[in-house]
Design a binder for this molecule. Structure first.
Ligand code: WT7
Length: 632
């Protein structure tokens, strides 16, 4: 069953995976349903880069998520959906029901012109229909591109155009806590500039009034009444595209990370089962949104491949109050709970009685993902939520890695707060120094790379293969570079120390500083901006923006409001700066490069030792910035 049951077995599996990676993964892959087996397990070249797993094999991932469970667990709950409003009923979809809903949705897509290989954008609230739409795309061999429904019309437009999607699936609106988000009108705005879109399919969720454009927009419920629920799965090649998911890097616009069918499937299931030590009757809940990779792999694919019951939550952790997560854990007797450090810190800051009034006795395993978890949050999670009896798996991975890479296996691997501990079998991490030399031995620190392919790794960046090569495979020859710094302690345990590039991680959301700068620059009074991250108690990192204005005689409160509005329009509310400082100049070298190191130090409030500023064009700007820093 591909499950590791002891730490000794982990070490054996790990050695085997390094000694004979192809034999190792062939054995794991053997447990799935393939239409045709592979001729060759792996072919790779990190210079190209080109990575192919299970070559020549044919499959459909939805047959593995759904059809193959029907005979023995057709009546088992696949998706357990908890609505935003606790007074609305939750929904349980059995594997049988989910299968037929996915097939019906797939038929709706086909009726509306979708074909194998088309890109379909999903811009939806966390309703069961989002998971169903995701699987429906996979059913017919269309590539899904899920865009988190908190992104702006501009972001949505960019993503639709980059992948030339022909269909967008959305909803009239979405509920998030006390708010409703007008999703359809955001889509309408985006579609003004999306020539490739032929159809938008609209779920009725909030019931608010929306404009339906004849010939373009159709209601999902009306379309569903015109189809049946029989839809044979499209036969896919192992290396056919399964999905594209956009993520930010240190430069340029967000890029579409491409994942393919066979390898992603094998790794999603294997990592899910082992990291969480999933057992047959477990109720598993990952609190992410399907708009992020965590939701793709560990709400939808991983759990369904394993035949698990996966909880999907529409709302937010603080609605109607900050006890909602714990409420849901008790209500649905959740056994495995997987969330982000930012949520833990936010809830830790609330009245502890909101935790204490819940039993939380069904919990067996806790997980953390998205950013480094600080020790204080780790201990609170361990003591107050896990009651000291639930192992915490601190899972390190990325959109690009497709699945969890470094993490304890729950209950098997010894834990160390703030450490992601050990690599999963099949994962060969290494640390490199500034010159690109591998740092061997323990008690060392460096940049984290992976030196051997794994099944769910990124294959390309959509429409721009060279960018994939530049960003991930050029910094260190023959290695995949993660962008993270990392320490390996005396026991060989890994601790991720954070990004070493111009990517910041705000509440587990990833942004390029350049991307936020470009958004702020669109404000008419802004000449130039520099954005850096700084430590933030709840968000992990906050966004600090330094802006040079044309007219410096501005009402700062109004200016901040306007910048927030601009950033919200261009990226989304999640990218709003936490602090904005108006400056007359930025610390630049004679060649015109902004010395971000200095700006970071000032933003951190650490102005005592700014290091060497002698190479600056005008060192006096540093004094001015220091004096005006917003350091409350
Ligand atoms: C970046 C990837 C895939 C998870 C969701 C975020 C940071 C992620 C951890 C962790 C320390 C972590 C890294 C990574 N990160 N998990 N357990 N400990 N840092 O996916 O948006 O692709 O971001 O998140 O910096 O590079 P993502």
């Amino acid at each position: 069953m591909n499950k590791i049951n002891s730490i000794e077995e982990y070490h054996e599996e790990y050695s085997k995976s390094v000694r004979d990676p192809e034999g190792f993964w062939a054995e794991k892959a053997d447990t799935f349903l393939w239409k045709k087996k592979w001729n060759e397990v792996l072919e790779w070249d990190f210079d190209a880069p080109s990575v192919k797993w299970f070559m020549g094999a044919k499959l459909n991932i939805t047959e593995n998520c759904l059809d193959r469970h029907l005979e023995n667990s057709g009546d088992k709950v696949a998706i357990l959906w908890e609505p935003n409003d606790p007074n609305e009923s939750s929904i349980k979809l059995t594997y049988k029901e989910l299968h037929s809903r996915v097939c019906a949705f797939a038929n709706v897509l086909k009726r509306n012109g979708a074909k194998k290989g088309d890109r379909i954008c999903l811009y939806m609230p966390m309703t069961p229909e989002l998971a169903i739409a995701t699987l429906a795309c996979a059913r017919i061999g269309a590539v899904h591109s899920v865009v988190f429904a908190g992104f702006s019309a501009r972001s949505l437009e960019d993503r639709i155009n980059d992948a030339t999607c022909n269909i967008v699936v959305t909803a009239d609106g979405g509920f998030r806590g006390a708010k409703t988000i007008q999703l359809k009108s955001i889509v309408d705005k985006a579609l003004e500039n999306c020539p490739s879109i032929e159809r938008s399919i609209v779920l009725k969720r909030t019931g608010e009034e929306v404009k339906m454009e004849a010939g373009r927009d159709v209601w999902l419920h009306e379309e569903l009444s015109r189809v049946d629920d029989v839809c044979p799965a499209e036969i896919m090649d192992s290396e056919d595209m399964l999905f594209v998911l956009y993520t930010s890097g240190s430069t340029g616009k967000p890029k579409g990370v491409v994942h393919t069918c066979g390898g992603y499937m094998v790794y999603a299931e294997y990592s899910f089962r082992n990291v969480f030590q999933y057992e047959k009757d477990d109720i598993y809940w990952c609190t992410a949104d399907i708009g992020w990779i965590t939701g793709h792999t560990y709400i939808v694919y991983g759990p369904l491949l394993a035949g698990a019951t996966t909880v999907m939550f529409e709302g937010v952790p603080t609605y109607p109050d900050a006890g909602r997560f714990w409420d849901i854990c008790d209500k649905h007797k959740v056994n495995i709970f997987y969330t982000a450090p930012t949520a833990i810190r936010a809830l830790q800051a609330c009245d502890i009685s909101l935790v204490k009034k819940h039993k939380l006795d069904s919990l067996r395993v806790l997980g953390s993902v998205g950013e480094p978890i600080n020790e204080e949050a780790w201990h609170w999670y361990n003591d107050e939520i896990g009651k000291g009896r639930c192992p915490i798996v601190d899972t390190w991975w990325q959109t690009e890695t497709g699945g969890i890479m470094i993490s304890p296996l729950a209950g098997l691997t010894p834990l160390k707060p703030s450490y992601a501990t050990l690599p999963l079998p099949g994962i060969q991490p290494c640390l490199v120094d500034a010159d690109g030399n591998e740092i061997v031995g323990n008690d060392v620190q460096g940049n984290l790379c992976i030196k051997y392919p794994w099944p769910s790794m990124i294959r390309t960046t959509y429409g721009d293969h060279n960018r994939c090569k530049e960003v991930y495979f050029s910094a260190y020859k023959g290695k995949y570079f993660t962008g993270d710094g990392c320490r390996r302690d005396e026991d060989g345990f890994y601790r991720i120390t954070g990004r070493v590039d111009d990517v910041i991680n705000v509440s587990g959301h990833r942004f390029g500083t350049a991307e936020i700068e470009a958004a702020i620059d669109e404000h008419e009074n802004v000449v130039e901006t520099a954005v850096v991250g700084y430590p933030h108690e709840i968000k992990g990192q906050g966004i600090y923006a330094y802006a040079i204005c044309h007219d410096t005689n501005v009402d700062i409160a109004l200016f901040i409001q306007e910048i927030n509005k601009t950033v919200t329009e261009i990226i989304g509310p999640i990218a709003k700066p936490d602090k904005i400082q108006i400056v007359h100049g930025l610390p630049k070298t004679r060649s015109g490069k902004i010395m971000r190191r200095i700006l970071r130090k000032i933003a951190e409030g650490d102005v005592s030792n700014l290091g060497d500023t002698s190479t600056l064009l005008d060192p006096s700007v540093v004094e001015e910035i220091k004096a005006g820093a917003s350091l409350e």
